[in-house]
Design a protein around this ligand. Structure first.
Ligand code: UD1
Length: 367
């Protein structure tokens, strides 16, 4: 059974890696790794392949950055050509990026069986392109692999047959579990001149936060204030770096020398930095989950989340973008007054194995 595993953007790589690895235990499953090229800088792609010990992609579509429609369309055009020629038996997509949506459309129109890993997450906010990607992908998918208990009720509400839903747990946590010990050998914390639990780690890249000058300025000013308590490390996504230049926000960093902008960080080093941080301050989806697993306080700089289990069971708090509220929550976390949380069900490092076993059952025709 030839299974095309589609990855395109940074957060996809740690999701496909454990699935491909688990498939190796099934001689009849033949994964083919297709990299769409949605992310292409070495710092956003190549170093993740190295750290995750992912094989080089079998196919590279090289689509690059563009508008929502053009990027999605480019992946569709390139992938359709490849699917017609390579004839995979199954297409497996992960997450909610534009490459996920594009591959789902191609597979379902060519009537190739489609599985979606991380199905059923909903923010109920269509201002985020990812929400539209999730809705369409789940509508088209034949098999829906879910990561947490929140997902099934969302899918049930949309009329998905429960027989097609497989609760397998969180593949991103598989990668974390697998690489945490290796990451602990990294000297990144010392190299950056900070100490365990002695810093805040930041990621920001959502268009709603960084494309709006007033919102972005407010968030940065909150970070400036928090950096007076403990240093703030801010690895900057390329989109965010551009906006800082365009909006002329470099001055804010000069007046807060402990608010330190650094280059994007590779997987193992970022894992180490998360593991040792006093606080994560982020608008990422995956980091809400990773901090819940690690038991590190997480402030989510958004008004909604598709991952509510990280709030109800984990260490995440949805704070929004108001600078005053961000500073208040940050001070609370940095003073140690934060909820403890627990690890959600099936976030145990074995989700890739569950998916591979189910795919092998499909192959045998028993599921
Ligand atoms: C994409 C995903 C988002 C995910 C994020 C992780 C969609 C709709 N969004 O957002 O869900 O959380 O990836 O990073 O799929 N750029 C580079 N080099 C690269 C990649 C991008 O410089 O290797 C720059 C380009 O200027 C590009 C911009 O970053 O226009 C945004 O990239 P894009 O892939 O469109 O979206 P992300 O913001 O990265």
């Amino acid at each position: 059974m030839k299974i095309a595993c589609i990855a395109g953007a940074r957060p996809n790589f740690m999701k496909v890696a454990p699935i491909i690895e688990a498939m190796r235990s099934y001689p009849e499953l033949h994964p083919v790794l297709v990299h769409t090229g949605q992310h292409y800088d070495d710092a956003m792609s190549k170093v993740f392949f190295e750290d995750l010990a992912l094989p080089d992609p079998d196919i590279y579509l090289g689509v690059g950055s563009d508008t929502q429609a053009r990027q999605t369309a480019k992946v569709m055009v390139e992938l359709e050509t490849w699917v017609l020629q390579a004839k995979p038996d199954y297409v497996l997509v992960v997450g909610d990026v534009n490459s996920t949506l594009a591959a789902s459309l191609v597979a379902s129109k060519l009537r190739v069986r489609l599985g979606h890993v991380e199905a059923g997450l909903r923010s109920f906010d269509r201002d985020m392109p990812e929400e539209i990607n999730r809705l369409v992908t789940d509508t088209l998918a034949d098999d829906l692999f879910t990561s947490c208990a929140d997902a099934e009720p969302n899918l049930a509400r949309e009329g998905v047959d429960p027989k097609r839903i497989h609760f397998v747990g969180n593949v991103m946590i598989d990668s974390l579990v697998r690489h945490r010990a290796k990451a602990s050998a990294s000297d990144v914390v010392e190299r950056l001149g900070v100490s365990a639990r002695g810093y805040t780690l930041v990621t920001l890249h959502r268009p709603s936060n960084v494309d709006e000058p007033e919102v972005f300025k407010g968030i940065l000013s909150a970070l400036g204030q928090l950096s007076d308590i403990k240093p703030v490390l801010f690895p900057v996504h390329p989109r965010t770096r551009k906006r800082i230049g365009e909006f002329g926000l470099e001055g804010l960093m000069t007046s807060h020398p402990n608010l330190r902008l650094i280059e994007p960080v590779r997987y193992l080093e970022f894992l180490r930095l998360m593991d040792q941080a006093a606080l994560l301050f982020t608008d990422s989806g995956g980091i809400q989950e990773e901090t819940t697993f690690l038991g590190v306080p997480c402030i989510t700089v958004r008004h909604n989340t598709e991952r509510p289990i990280t709030i109800t069971e984990g260490t995440n708090e949805l704070v929004g973008t108001d600078p005053g509220r961000l500073v208040e929550a940050g001070k609370r976390a940095l003073s140690g007054s934060w909820k403890k949380g627990k690890i959600p069900a099936l976030w145990d490092g074995k989700s890739g194995q569950r998916i591979a076993a189910i795919l092998d059952d499909f192959r045998k025709g028993t599921a």
